[in-house]
Design a protein. Structure first.
Length: 83
């Protein structure tokens, strides 16, 4: 799970053309902690994930839903209409 969400947030950061240095300057996120999270070296606390997503102009919930959709598609699962 952590790797998938980290990958989504990394892709979002790259799409926005934001460096790790700039991200750390414009948020309360530690640059080295962000780098370790992106590389999968360390799994941060939930608060860090939420702050990271917010700093990139998205939400933790949106990242989680996207991760779940990709997982379901990969597994060939169908989603319920109410999901």
């Amino acid at each position: 799970m952590a790797g998938a969400v980290a990958g989504l947030l990394l892709a979002k950061r790259i799409d926005l053309d934001v460096s790790l240095n700039r991200l750390s300057r414009t948020s309360d996120l530690d640059r080295s902690a962000s780098q370790r999270a992106e590389s999968g070296e360390r799994i941060p606390a939930l608060g860090f994930w939420i702050d990271w997503a917010d700093s990139l102009g998205t939400s933790w919930n949106k990242c989680w839903r996207r991760r779940e959709r990709r997982r379901a598609k990969k597994l060939g699962l169908r989603r319920n209409a109410g999901d």
